[in-house]
Structure formats: C-alpha cells, structure tokens
Design a protein around this ligand. Structure first.
Ligand SMILES: Nc1ncnc2c1ncn2[C@@H]1O[C@H](COP(=O)(O)OP(=O)(O)OP(=O)(O)O)[C@@H](O)[C@H]1O
Ligand SMILES: [Mg+2]
Length: 255
C-alpha cells in the first residue's frame, strides 16, 4: 500500500504525517507493529522526539530506536557487511557496491565496471573474514602488501582470490593506478568519522529487518548541516527495507 500526501505549501502535510506516527507509537502496546520513519530534513525527527520525551511515562515500554546523523557524541552500530546466515554473500556485497555507485552519481555499476569488480574484490575478504569497512583501508593501501596478503589468504571465492593473487604481483605504483578510483570512493566513507563509527562496529549492529519484525520503532534523522556524504546514508537503507517489505506483513514503513 502506498500513501501520498498532497497539498499546497503550509497546509499541514508534515503535521499530518507526524500525527500518524504519533498514533502508531501511542498504540504500540495494542499493535506491537514495527515502523521505520526516515526524515531527510530533521524537523519531523525533532518534533517526534520532543513528543516522546514529554510522554515518556506512558511510552516507556515502547522500543524506540532513535538515529540522529547530526549528533557526534553517540552513534548506532550499523555494520552493512555483518555476517548473515541466510543471504548469499554475493547479494550483500553487490547491494553495497550498487549503493556506493549510486552515491557517486551512477545509476548502477554498468558504467563503472572496473569499480564494480574492484569494489567486490575489496569487500569480499572483508565480509568473509568478518571485518568491517574500517579495515578496508588496509586492503587498499598500496604499500601494505603483507597485510593485504594476510587478509586475503584462503578466500573461498575463486574469482576474488585470483584477482588478489594478481594484485599482489603489482608494484605499489601499479597497484595505485589500478585501484585509484576505487580508493577515492572508499575514502569518502572512511574519512567521515560518523560513518566510520556506524559502519565500523563488528559486534553490535542494528539489523533493520529484524528490528522491524520485532516491532521496534526506528526514527532516523538523516539531515546534516555539514558533510554531503552523511546525507547519502539514505541510499544504504533501501536494500534492507525492500528485503523487509517482502517478508513481513504486519509492520508498516514510512520513508
Ligand atoms: N491541524 C492543524 N491545526 C492547526 N495548525 C496546524 C495543523 N496542521 C498544521 N498546522 C500548522 O500549520 C503550519 C504548516 O504545517 P506543515 O508544516 O505541516 O505544512 P506542510 O504542508 O508540510 O508545509 P510544506 O509544504 O511547507 O512542507 C505549521 O505551523 C503547523 O503547526
Ligand atoms: Mg512539510
């Protein structure tokens, strides 16, 4: 089911949406229904959090997960490459590569085949060895060959193992030439502290699909005053949401 709220400027669309969300939260005890509220601007987030704080005595049993990209003193772990038992690693890695390509302005990876291949080569060992995006920097370091060899040892995926065997033969200069555009794209994530903290936790990680199945209410503010890449977080949410939309009938979502 889709819902569109249309109306002239200032006629109460945002407020109506906020009231829908409030009702979902207030009636959580009866419905136990999960919700994902994504606010790209921040005002809905602020308004809802204020309302929740004001009504805290009545809502203390409601499992609410606030995610605020403006805040730097706390963060939520969201390891997009966390091990999953059910999904094929290729699917998880390819979703992430697509999202990265999208952030960089390509609709898919068709126009950037070298990036698609190298990003997969970088992400595969990270996933298989249960590392996080934080450790990608060791794999793309042209002079850190020994560490690279260590991380890529014994990979189960033949094509990826072969790719690395070749890369290990390259001089630092050739390695740089080969990987430079991939390195730049990864560093736009690794340079942002907030994203590093979120994506770089190997243990505790939010599992959006499971949280929604369990009836949790996730309220995410993706607005940010500064760095453009934080806003791009948005592109990393849809694959998880779509998976959930296919599997659960009870919970509702809003974007
Ligand atoms: N039911 C209502 N009763 C009284 N005031 C309302 C009501 N709904 C909204 N308002 C007020 O009207 C103003 C505009 O509301 P809102 O921001 O929700 O409109 P909007 O349609 O989302 O506008 P925009 O197109 O600019 O995003 C706000 O100050 C809000 O507090
Ligand atoms: Mg509005």
């Amino acid at each position: 089911m889709h819902l569109y709220l249309c109306g002239a400027t200032g006629t109460g669309k945002s407020k109506a949406l906020e009231y829908f969300a409030r009702q979902d939260i207030a009636q959580w005890e009866q419905s136990r229904c999960g919700a994902l509220i994504i606010d790209p601007h921040g005002s809905l987030y602020d308004s809802l959090i204020n309302w929740i704080a004001w009504n805290e005595p009545d809502l203390k049993d409601v499992p609410i997960i606030p995610i605020d990209m403006r805040q730097s003193d706390w963060t939520i772990g969201y390891n997009v490459l966390r091990p999953r038992e059910v999904s094929d690693p290729s699917v998880i890695i390819s979703n992430f590569v697509q999202a990265m390509a999208y952030v960089w302005g390509a609709d898919g990876t068709q126009g950037t085949p070298l990036f698609a291949r190298l990003a997969k080569e970088v992400l595969w060992p990270i996933y298989e060895k249960k590392l996080t995006l934080n450790e990608v920097k060791y794999l793309i370091d042209s002079v850190g060959k020994r560490v690279r060899m260590e991380i890529t040892e014994g990979l189960t995926k033949d094509s990826v193992a072969k790719g690395w065997n070749f890369s290990h033969t390259l001089s630092p200069k050739d390695f740089n030439t080969q990987f430079s555009s991939t390195v730049n794209r990864f560093y736009s994530f690794l340079d942002a502290n907030k994203l590093r903290f979120m994506f770089g936790k190997s243990g505790a990680s939010l599992d959006l699909g499971k949280a929604l199945e369990d009836g949790e209410i996730i309220i995410a503010n993706l607005s940010t005053k500064a760095d453009w890449y934080r806003k791009k977080m948005f592109h990393f949410l849809p694959p998880c949401c779509e998976r959930f939309m296919g599997s659960s009938q009870g919970a509702r979502q809003r974007r």
